[in-house]
Design a protein around this ligand. Sequence first.
Ligand SMILES: [Zn+2]
Length: 492
Amino acid sequence: MNGKDNWAALSRASAAELKAVQEANLRRHVRQDVYPFSAHYRRVFDAAGVRAEDIRTVDDLRRLPLTTKADLLEAQSNEETKRDFVLIPTPEKIKANWPLSRKLPLLAGGREAREALRREYTPNFATFTTGRSADPVVFLYTPHDIDILAKCGARMLDVHAIHDHDARIVNTFPFAPHLAFWQAAFAGFETGRFMMSTGGGKVMGTSGNLRLLQRMNTTVILGTPGYIYHLLREGAANDARMPNVKLVILGAEKVTPGLKEKMAEALASMGARDVVISGTYGFTEARMAFSECPAQHSESPGYHTYPDTGVFEVIDPKTLEPVKEGESGELVYTPIAGHGTVVMRYRTGDLAVGGVTWEPCPWCKRTVPRISSELKRSSDQKALELTKIKGTLVDLSAMGTLLSGMREVDEWQVVLKKKNDDPHDLDQFVVRVSLRAGTDAEGFKTACARQIQEGVEVGPNAVEVHSTPEMLEFLGMETEMKEKRFLDLRPK
Ligand SMILES: [Zn+2]
């Protein structure tokens, strides 16, 4: 994906044309990049008895095993293997694997060709995963990959229909080596749209963010669901005015319809009506993110993917076999463009309800494959967000979805500790909430405990009601990089 992007034509090409581009890129990527330059995948191909030439179509990927986060962590934990997922070309490997047309300038020994090679393959940037309980996994980018990141950012703004020249975008993702912030920032640079990156609450404080949002006559707000809700609620409580806001784009965490409704209410009270609240889906291992087009959230047509840069397979998490188009299953991702850290058939752990479809989008008519908007953690993958509470395996992300979706809840936090602070005593599971005005606290406590028991199969020992300022303190909303939704105080 060098030079000008052909997204406008690509995103409306026929399925047959898109599949042809996808498979051509897959073949080139495997033959000229992954097999020759990735120590890990060379071993995987050899062990499976698969030659690079055998991967001709998306179906051929099935001949390779899946890659998991555990594989990445294991490689990274050892000095000798920590770069096994990184593409590292050598003159000998280039000579043996590249077609003549591509290696000729290098063989001729030109300085320009060597410099171009360096920009293509030598990492100069990284983002990390943000797992709650596991070590972060580092993903390296080369200048070539940053170019792809920027172009995908431009594609996202196109899908979100941010085309007006006077778009004024505020990006509240925290300054961090995480995909969300950089994907957003590069989208602004690439498209030339005005984007102010505030770093969120920790850097400028929420009052600073609110002042800026108003002074800029902001039209688009980007950020995490947890922080954006806080920001909008504070704005509404302080009589802020944001009549120009048309679009809120959320990333980095899943969003519930209940939370979107609460955001829309706060925006309406600040003069912004008919605001579209859209989600994005991205993950560190893809080194890019995907957008919903601006349909109302109740009819979201899903995340629009880029068939020229990657392949999404959907598998049955039990049998690991691909399911039919449109059927639910776990998303498995294979990038087919890009250098630096490269995975193949990566198990995302995300279950797409309704899978992936190649039907044109009913809203925007783009023809690229779309991932269903309804994503869940796949419980069969040893998801890192699963934790044992009172001996039962609990999906924290599902619990978060439940709590943030409750209409009565303003802020929430889950605390896990040991009874009497004794490591051998029983687990204590406490839900802390602040409630919206007019909620009956006692009635809510009972209903909340019952819903959690039904939703995640473990009931809390207590549901505590606090004031919103107390909750913001507990969460570290203004002081932490990411608010502390789950506090595990049990000794390790
Ligand atoms: Zn669409």
